[in-house]
Write a protein that binds this ligand. Sequence first.
Ligand SMILES: *Cc1c(COP(=O)(O)O)cnc(C)c1O
Length: 361
Amino acid sequence: MSRVFNFSPGPSVLPESVLKKAAAQMLDYEGSGQSVMEMSHRSAVFEKIIGDAESLLRELLDIPAHYKVLFLQGGAYLQFAMVPLNLLPEGGEADYIESGVWAAKAADEAEKYGAIHRAASSKDTNYSRIPPLPPPSARAAYYHITTNNTICGTRYTSLPETGGVPLVADMSSNILSQPLDIRRFGLVYAGAQKNLGPAGTTIVIVREDLLGRHRPLTPTMLRYDIHAENRSLYNTPPCYGIYIIMLVLQDIKNRGGLAAAYERNKEKAAILYDFLDRSKLFRGTARKEDRSLMNIPFVLPGEDLSAAFLKEAEAKGFVNLKGHRLVGGLRASIYNAMPAEGVKKLVELLEDFEARHAQGA
Ligand SMILES: *Cc1c(COP(=O)(O)O)cnc(C)c1O
């Protein structure tokens, strides 16, 4: 068996210790004689798994009692619709900050349900920066941001002041990468497949007073209040995914929690950014002040050279380094589970490639 260094933007690398534990528990979960995939979601043993996942998340993110934690399905993409269907009244308005490709998609979807005010955008610079953040507009039901922009590689380093307007955040690609003051938010959502676990589970953290504002036509399965009342067990939840998330959360806790994760993430990102800043061949594309710790896009002069690099990298066990099809070039996603070793080895590979190709660049 040989594992690669996987720089995939999602689904992405998971901690090896988690995969080993899941493998060891595959046939017989803690003496139950069943795999977690096979057991009833109403069983005591599964109730404990989902309960542990919730309490670990509450502990790591310091989530106060007046916030609900939900384990849903449909990915972040379904949240693009669930947020307005639950928070935007008929004839209402909401503010969206268009800081990236996903942020724009969130606004596009919400537009089906009300007047969406794109309060700021960085589209004019191909989303290479976080735009200046205006205060919420007078009639905004909520203010939507995307805290980490997965495709163009930027992140918010400070949050907008929204006063009484609930701040809603898509944190799919940087949840649990650093400590967070959840009290600043009305609602946070994240698809699991970047920093939390396998694809198929979506986490929503929502302030209690925002429940029950759904529209009359909102499907039952898309109502936050229904899922909150039923502790994410209204119907069959994505049981196995929730179990893996529980193991990932345990692993983060064992390694010192989010403060330690943040230190590791800053160190890892600095290894690659320091190289990009001094390279004569490779160039980072995001504005320095806004650079993401999770997704690092960079380019070579010409797509031919990119293709040559990708081929060479793959042959050496560095995979999924291709940039998003909308921007081209290269991108290294270095989520929590990417070891520092992987980033160091990647930089060695980049240095070696540069030494052979820099002439005339
Ligand atoms: C990956 C991603 C999405 C899309 O997630 P799905 O789970 O595939 O729906 C949305 N927003 C952000 C910020 C992402 O990184």
